[in-house]
Design a protein around this ligand. Structure first.
Ligand code: ADP
Ligand code: ZN
Length: 219
């Protein structure tokens, strides 16, 4: 049976870093809606143009657009064994749509991995987060810089500060998370699908906690 995990948590908590490792271990397609939108921006598609105006302000892209994009992505061959969803669902409406899309295939979410950290920690991390423009790999200017300044270790792409990681937008994104996304915590908890993991630990320790939660969810 296909396996669907949701990596859930506030912006800057380290989902992208963990997703990269989990994807290799679990051999599931990593579907990050933020990355999909950034890819559309880069290719200057209509969807990219539309998403830009929301992303730049730190707002959410409308549900119908986001859900439509995920629905398309779910047709790709690499998602047929399951997905590691990252940054989706971000609203109750998205969670309900995901349930419906999975139900059509006779599937459901196996588990939601909720990585959490206090706002102050998130602001510090977002402020020093740098991202590869080409492959999306996440760096931290202070704790995990690329080997060569401005150049991605993996693909030699340009490492830049995402426009929505600039200080003016950070706070807004965290507030959007608290207002529109955090209600999902109770939603998933109510379904008995959620494990909370402390994001204020080393990358290795968070990873090990995630793997434990994943193993338990399969029992
Ligand atoms: P982070 O990794 O900091 O959580 P993402 O890369 O996931 O940020 O998302 C960046 C931006 O892309 C969001 O601020 C939002 O504008 C848009 N976005 C990503 N996923 C979604 C979604 N599921 N629904 C609506 N907008 C989204
Ligand atoms: Zn790269």
């Amino acid at each position: 049976m296909a396996k669907y995990f949701v990596l859930f948590g506030p912006p800057g908590v380290g989902k992208g870093t963990q997703a990269e490792r989990l994807q290799k271990e679990l051999k599931l397609a990593h579907v990050a809606t933020g990355d999909l939108f950034r890819d559309h921006l880069k290719r200057e598609t209509d969807l990219g143009q539309l998403a830009r105006s929301y992303m730049e302000r730190g707002a959410l892209v409308p549900d119908d657009v986001t859900i439509g994009m995920v629905r398309e992505r779910m047709k790709d061959a690499d998602t047929q064994n399951g997905m590691l969803l990252d940054g989706f669902p971000r609203t109750i409406a998205q969670a309900e749509a995901l349930d419906r899309l999975l139900a059509e295939k006779g599937d459901k979410i196996q588990h939601v991995l909720f990585v959490n950290a206090p706002k102050q920690v998130l602001l510090e991390r977002l402020g020093s987060r740098w991202t590869c423009k080409q492959c999306g790999k996440v760096y931290n200017a202070l704790s995990q810089p690329p080997k060569v300044h401005g150049v991605c270790d993996d693909c030699s792409g340009e490492v830049y500060q995402r426009p929505d990681d600039k200080p003016e937008v950070q706070e807004k994104r965290i507030n959007v998370y608290l207002e529109q996304t955090a209600p999902l915590i109770e939603y998933f908890r109510g379904l008995g699908q959620l494990t909370e993991i402390n994001g204020v630990q080393s990358v290795d320790q968070v990873y090990s906690d995630l793997m434990k939660a994943i193993e338990r969810s399969g029992q």
